[in-house]
Design a protein around this ligand. Structure first.
Ligand code: AMP
Ligand code: MN
Ligand code: MN
Length: 314
């Protein structure tokens, strides 16, 4: 059921215990949305616990609101707990945290592929980030946005729209960002934290760049994260796809990453082609120009299947 802005506030107001979660492999939007919402709900006097079935990338740790994150096994809930899922399209995207849902389920999201699964939802595919949805909601609810909430929400918005460069950046996105800067967000501090990396990680980039391959007359660029390459990069490989996307003439960029002998993780980005539709072929989704899926097949086989679908879609 789609809620109005005021219905959503009223519903959250009725519950004392709130379990907050977001998608596995949490990106800046997921982490920033959780940090800000946790702080906002605590200001309302709620017990709000952030639970993630994954580790948070070190680069987000400067956000005070993300320092206390629980793993699903560390938390017990019952029917008196409301679960609020942020930045995720379905219960299948939150891993083991799904086992903690015993009470009402609420979803705030911006993915076009949202499965409309919650008891109450507020979904805005016209917004670039869940952080943009929340900034709008908090403002309409009359909640004070503290400097730490502003930083978290700015980070959420900026990371999902490529720091205001992607096609999902609208006037509204920029207005919400401006409002956050006025509330104390520090764009320079956020960029410094996100860009800072160890020399080892920076040098891993040169190894990854050597492995960008072109397909489809140069319209497709892909990076294959074999176990060997993952030794250089570590598990957090989210940012590399943007290098493949910037190759001149490329429309669709992809990464395929070894998870196990039977499982391959896929990320897709594009300038024109609908990559949400490509991800959907494999049971995934996301947005028109940024999507993902997991293919139950070994790396090489998954890559062949994926390239076939991309070339069909071009
Ligand atoms: P990623 O490539 O993992 O950064 O994902 C790109 C976008 O697609 C993000 O907004 C993700 O939340 C979304 N996404 C990734 N995988 C899936 C999936 N299996 N189902 C739905 N949305 C996804
Ligand atoms: Mn996300
Ligand atoms: Mn998002």
């Amino acid at each position: 059921m789609n809620c109005s802005v005021s219905e959503l506030k009223e519903l959250l107001g009725q519950y004392e215990h709130i379990l907050l979660t977001a998608h596995v492999n949490p990106d800046g939007d997921a982490v920033g949305a959780l940090a800000a919402t946790g702080e906002m709900l605590r200001a309302w006097g709620k017990q709000a616990l952030i639970v993630l079935d994954d580790d948070v990338d070190d680069k987000f740790e400067f956000l005070p609101g993300i320092r206390t994150v629980y793993k699903p096994d560390d938390v017990k809930t019952d029917a008196s707990w409301l679960t609020l899922i942020l930045d995720a399209t379905g219960v299948d995207r939150i891993g083991k945290t799904a086992e903690l849902i015993h009470g009402p389920l609420v979803n705030i999201d911006h993915h076009i592929s949202n499965a409309h699964f919650a008891d109450a939802e507020y979904i805005r595919p016209d917004y670039a980030a869940t952080g943009e949805v929340l900034t709008d909601l908090f403002t309409q609810w009359g909640c004070a946005i503290t400097p730490s909430m502003a930083n978290a929400l700015y980070l959420a918005i900026a990371t999902d729209c490529g720091f205001f460069k992607f096609s999902n950046t609208t006037g509204h996105t920029l207005r919400m960002a401006a409002l956050l800067v006025e509330a104390g967000a520090q764009p320079n501090v956020i960029s410094e934290h996100l860009e800072a990396q160890s020399l080892v990680k920076l040098q891993a980039l040169s190894e990854v760049l050597k492995h960008i391959d072109l397909y489809g007359d140069g319209k497709v660029a892909g990076i294959t994260f074999t176990p060997d390459i993952l030794q250089y990069t570590g598990e957090h490989t989210g940012g590399y796809i943007d290098y493949a996307r910037t190759v001149k003439g490329v429309d669709v960029a992809f990464t395929v990453k070894y998870i196990s002998a039977e499982e391959t993780r896929v990320s897709l980005r594009s300038k024109a082609t609908d990559v949400n539709a490509i991800a959907a072929v494999f049971g995934g989704g996301g947005h028109i120009r940024a999507a993902g899926c997991t293919i139950k097949a070994p790396l090489a086989e998954a890559k062949t299947m994926l390239i076939k679908e991309i070339l069909k879609a071009l």
